[in-house]
Ligand binder design. Structure first.
Ligand code: SAM
Length: 248
């Protein structure tokens, strides 16, 4: 079928590719990939010889007319990213938007996604959640974003990188308080996979004790704010108890 296929690829463990993903990657006329070298390694592993085009964040706009014209001529294209599901903090949104506007068929395949994998292993409520992707790099913007989210009652999911994770956790402590429960899911589906959850103050000390604990790829899953309106936070309650104990 002539269509744009959205094809998730493994986030670490090659066995996570689906049968359907492999058959689509074999059958399409070409594959639009974020990094052709990385995708070539995956394709070689599965002996797939389909031709590759590069589609990364910075050239997505420029490449769209060429890909759209192929689709309009009846060719089929698979979109893949470096790892996981395309469009989820990866390129593809503009291309899919253009296809939908032009009534070109888009066929999204289900498959690996770090956010969903982390949420499912976190032990935090999964019935309602917010995916927040990466927090802003700049300290002030990051604090502003966390403040906007501090009342959110749904589970929050963030992507992060090892050289920023300590700052992220410090900022979470300062905005959410020491007691907000946070799960650090690292190297999912890989040999050193670990999922560790604790109140964020303790989690920060835990990662500071051993830098191996933040090596590799990281997702943070944060408990939603479960305080009811007008209810006092544990921090304020602690201070009040302390003050009360000093009263005659
Ligand atoms: N499209 C991808 C997906 O579906 O998950 C996400 C791409 S985003 C550019 C890369 C981020 O995803 C990493 O910085 C990390 O936060 C997260 N990630 C990807 N693979 C991971 C893994 N195996 N374990 C933990 N986090 C991972």
């Amino acid at each position: 079928v002539s269509a744009l296929y959205i094809v998730p690829t493994p986030i670490g463990n090659l066995q996570d590719i689906t049968y359907r993903a492999l058959s689509v990657l074999r059958q399409v006329d070409c594959i639009a990939a974020e990094d052709t070298r990385r995708t070539r390694i995956l394709l070689d592993f599965f002996s797939i010889h389909t031709s590759l085009y590069i589609l990364h964040q910075h050239n997505e706009y420029k490449r769209i007319p060429m890909l759209i014209s192929k689709l309009q001529r009846g060719l089929s294209i698979a979109l893949v990213s470096d790892a996981g599901t395309p469009l989820i903090n990866d390129p593809g949104y503009c291309l899919v938007q253009s296809c939908q506007k032009l009534k070109i068929r888009v066929i999204p395949l289900p498959g690996p996604c770090a956010a969903i994998t982390a949420l499912c292993g976190s032990g935090l409520p999964s019935d309602r959640f917010c995916f927040e992707g990466f927090l802003p790099h700049k300290h002030k913007l990051r604090i502003d974003r966390l403040r906007d989210l501090s009342e959110e009652s749904r589970t929050l999911i963030f992507y992060d990188v090892k050289h920023r994770i300590i700052d992220t956790l410090k900022d979470m402590v300062s905005v959410f308080g020491l007691d907000r429960y946070v799960v650090l899911a690292r190297e999912l589906t890989k040999i050193w996979e670990s999922i560790y959850g604790a109140p964020v103050g303790q989690l920060l000390s835990w990662v500071q004790k051993d830098h191996f604990r933040i090596q590799g790829e990281i997702v943070l899953v944060v408990a939603g704010n479960c305080l009811k309106k007008n209810e006092l936070s544990p921090k304020i309650l602690r201070v009040m108890r302390l003050l009360a104990s000093e009263l005659p």
